[in-house]
Design a binder for this molecule. Structure first.
Ligand code: AMP
Length: 461
């Protein structure tokens, strides 16, 4: 039987030691299968999605290859979205805490070029970014990959889906031939194969039988008549489940907007996430949902990629996806970290073909259940536990989480236990506070000082 302890791996002792401090005691299935070949320096193709522990699998691989004394770009991680890139960079920094002076830089589209150029001039060991922006920096000669030893493609399927093929081709052509390639993908559509073939030498392929634990997800299907009925059905399900955090997946942007509008009308605290939003609005939406100041998120599949939420109780499929793998990916977002989740799917008569595909893919029999009766409308609508305060100062103004916490909890303020996630972007900071204390918290921030300065702030509604 395969042991799942990290200690059996030939990892640098300082990396192993740090894993202990992170309480990463056992390897996840994808780590147990991929880390041995990765640490042998082999090219690896692995099936992995958010929540499987894939980031640590390739992160440990690239850190093992790194020589921190050589201040050159040695690893490049390509991701489809900025949200994912930020998340990956964060995880790599965590894994690299024991290595002094290591520099991890994110280079993503949708953010200003100027600061990136400055950071590139200062140099980095590890770059995490989106293909378009990396291509841009390469084209302008600002980024040099001559010393690269590890190339990682994360969510390769999405990068191809989002049309990054030519950017990827250019990037590959500028990487030195002698390097290790790691490709992670949630699904393996035909488009991924030529990329893998072009990129890799004799790769080891890893298929984790189930990266999500289906048995910990309670799947229920409901038959509905039409779209009008669908949004009423969602309302019934939300009022029955009373979940703190629910994501509702829709296939189109239009459905996202319409459903979010209906739910708002019914009194739910809801936000919509789709590809047409401005970057700042997307950031804010993700922040507000993940810090529990919004209970319902209505999203398209692509926009929800990179969403990192630990305790998502419920996923609702407004329409069943035509692709069973996408369905599996969606429902895998509930019941993370051993918690029991539920996936509730709506379908209409004309979607029977999708149900058939899903039944054979998952080897299940779909028996539709009755929707809750209108009696559940008597239940209260779940209000978010937290509220988000947006502060008009971020990294550029040198605002740090500790300063905000200090301002909030100083004399006459709120208790530290009333403060939730603090997230800092370039120009803004977002702090989650207990919803009942939000006015006191806002007063402390607006009337107090952070770093000796006053900042404007507001509660996001
Ligand atoms: P990922 O699939 O890479 O997005 O990782 C999902 C979450 O699991 C992240 O928050 C990681 O910090 C965490 N994680 C990864 N590997 C382990 C492990 N072996 N033990 C405990 N937590 C882990």
């Amino acid at each position: 039987m395969q042991s799942t302890s990290f200690s059996q791996l030939s990892l640098h002792p300082s990396l192993l030691e740090n894993l202990k401090t992170l309480s990463y005691n056992e390897m996840t299935p994808i780590q147990a299968q991929s880390l041995p070949p990765i640490l042998e320096g082999k090219d690896v193709i692995a099936q992995g999605q958010t929540g499987s522990g894939k980031t640590a699998a390739f992160g440990l691989g690239l850190l093992q290859n790194l020589d921190v004394k050589k201040f050159r770009v040695q690893s490049l991680v390509l991701c489809p979205t900025r949200e994912l890139a930020d998340q990956v960079a964060k995880e790599i920094r965590k894994l690299a805490r024991s290595i002094h002076n290591i520099k991890v830089l994110t280079l993503c589209g949708g953010t200003p070029l100027g600061p990136q150029i400055g950071s590139l001039e200062h140099g980095a060991h590890i770059i995490v970014g989106t293909p378009g922006r990396i291509e841009d920096h390469l084209n302008r000669g600002r980024l040099n990959l001559d010393n690269l030893n590890t190339l990682v493609l994360d969510e390769a399927d999405r990068m191809l889906e989002m049309g990054f093929v030519s950017a990827l081709d250019l990037i590959f052509s500028l990487c030195p031939p002698d390097r290790q390639n790691l490709l992670f993908s949630a699904t393996f559509p035909d488009e991924v194969k030529p990329i893998a073939k072009k990129l890799m030498t004799d790769p080891v392929t890893i298929e984790v039988a189930s990266t999500h634990d289906e048995s910990s997800i309670n799947q229920v299907f409901y038959k509905v008549d039409d779209n009008r009925h669908r949004s009423h059905a969602v309302r019934l399900l939300l009022q029955e489940t009373q979940s703190e955090s629910t994501v509702i997946f829709c296939t189109t942007k239009r459905d996202v907007q319409d459903l979010a509008y209906d739910l708002k009308d019914y009194g739910f605290n809801v936000l919509a996430l789709h590809g047409d939003l401005e970057q700042r609005d997307r950031d804010q939406t993700l922040i507000r949902f993940s810090n529990k100041s919004t209970s319902v998120l209505v999203a398209t599949d692509v926009a929800a990629r990179g969403l990192d939420i630990d305790s998502l109780d419920t996923v609702i499929n407004y329409h069943i996806s035509t692709d069973p793998e996408i369905h599996v990916h969606r429902i895998g977002r509930s019941g993370r970290a051993g918690a029991k989740g539920q996936a509730l799917s709506l379908f209409a008569e004309k979607e029977f073909n999708k149900i058939g595909r899903l039944e054979s893919f998952l080897n299940i029999e779909v028996v539709p259940q009755e929707l809750p009766s209108n009696d559940v409308l008597e239940n209260p609508i779940v209000k978010p536990a937290m509220a988000t305060i947006q502060i008009d100062g971020g990294k550029k103004q040198k605002v740090r989480a500790g300063d905000i916490l200090g301002a909030l909890t100083s004399k006459g303020g709120i208790a530290g236990s009333d403060v939730g996630k603090i997230q800092i972007t370039d120009n803004w900071a977002y702090v989650a506070v207990d919803a009942k204390k939000s006015n006191t918290a806002l007063t402390k921030i607006s009337e107090g000082k952070i770093k000796g300065r006053s900042f404007r702030a507001r509660i996001l509604k």
